[in-house]
Design a protein around this ligand. Structure first.
Ligand SMILES: C[S@@+](CC[C@H](N)C(=O)[O-])C[C@H]1O[C@@H](n2cnc3c(N)ncnc32)[C@H](O)[C@@H]1O
Length: 278
């Protein structure tokens, strides 16, 4: 891994969006950010005895916020070494002894079976090359009465091929357009049931908001070490990515799926008499 002062214009132009996030130390949040974390904590009545695994933690936002809210054990994993370093550095500022970060792959995790009460997979499973393996791993490390929280993003309408290709190029993953139903079908195996399902759609930012955000991020002290031509490339590339994701998100929504295993055997009959709030 090169030092910041050694990066060239070509290095910057070859980086995926995720690598750029690591470089600029952007706080990558789960869809819905802190509100999603609060929704999950409330719905599952999480407390300081809960044990949470945060998959694809990036620079640690979800893990740190669960730790701050609940003072419980949280482990954040990611395959990006730079992001794990930043997450660990941020953690030391919060004095959160029960939060830790680890380089680990969602498709082949180093944790023992039945370890966590909650496995939280934000907008990550779509980026994993072998999703089936990742899903098996999520359930393997969950305790028998644990909950899988998946927060996939999806298109609310069919995107143009041009937009989709630009997103693929930016994240350097060959994604296909996904919709809510296909995610639900993927996450919900035969013996699982939805405990909660909460739908949101994104609000589009103005171009001025995007530019202001980029100005702030790109003026960070550590980036002053970048050679001039690399900085110029970063200014263009990062801004283009953020405008692209703003456009892309305006066609997208996300769902907080909270999933658990069904009761097995003869008592597993569906609820018949439903009710409504009056
Ligand atoms: C879009 S960010 C997700 C950020 C945020 N935690 C969320 O909930 O939306 C995706 C993250 O997943 C990581 N990632 C991709 N494949 C992974 C894998 N197989 N195992 C662990 N992390 C992975 C990436 O490095 C990146 O930091």
């Amino acid at each position: 891994m090169k030092k910041i002062s050694e990066l060239t214009k070509e290095d910057i132009l070859e980086m995926s969006y995720n690598e750029l996030i690591g470089l600029v130390r952007e706080t990558n949040r789960t869809p819905g950010g802190l509100n999603t974390i609060k929704d999950v904590a409330r719905k599952l009545c999480l407390n300081n005895n809960s044990k949470i695994l945060d998959i694809g933690t990036s620079t640690g936002h979800t893990s740190l916020e669960f730790g701050r809210l609940l003072n419980c054990e949280v482990v954040g994993i990611d395959i990006n070494e730079e992001s794990i370093k930043t997450a660990t550095e941020r953690c030391s500022r919060f004095n959160l002894e029960k939060v830790s970060f680890k380089l680990d792959d969602a498709t082949n995790m180093t944790f023992n079976d039945n370890t966590f009460d909650v496995v939280f997979a934000g907008n990550v499973t779509s980026l994993v090359s072998n999703r089936e393996n990742a899903l098996k791993e999520y359930w393997r490390v969950l305790k028998p009465n644990g909950h899988l929280v998946a927060v996939p993003m999806y298109y609310l309408e069919t995107p143009s091929e041009d937009l989709l290709q630009k997103v693929r190029d930016a994240i350097q993953v060959n994604i296909q357009a996904q919709y809510k139903d296909s995610w639900k079908e993927f996450f919900l195996r035969e013996n699982d049931e939805v405990f909660e399902e909460i739908d949101y759609k994104f609000i589009k930012c103005s171009d001025e908001e995007i530019d202001k955000f980029c100005d702030d991020i790109l003026s960070r002290d550590h980036l002053k070490e970048l050679p001039e031509d690399a900085m110029e490339a970063l200014q263009v590339q990062y801004r283009n990515f953020m405008h692209l994701f703003n456009e892309n998100n305006s066609h997208m929504g996300f769902t907080i799926f909270i999933i658990r295993q069904k009761e097995s055997g003869e008592f597993n009959d569906p609820e018949l008499f439903h009710s409504e709030l009056v």
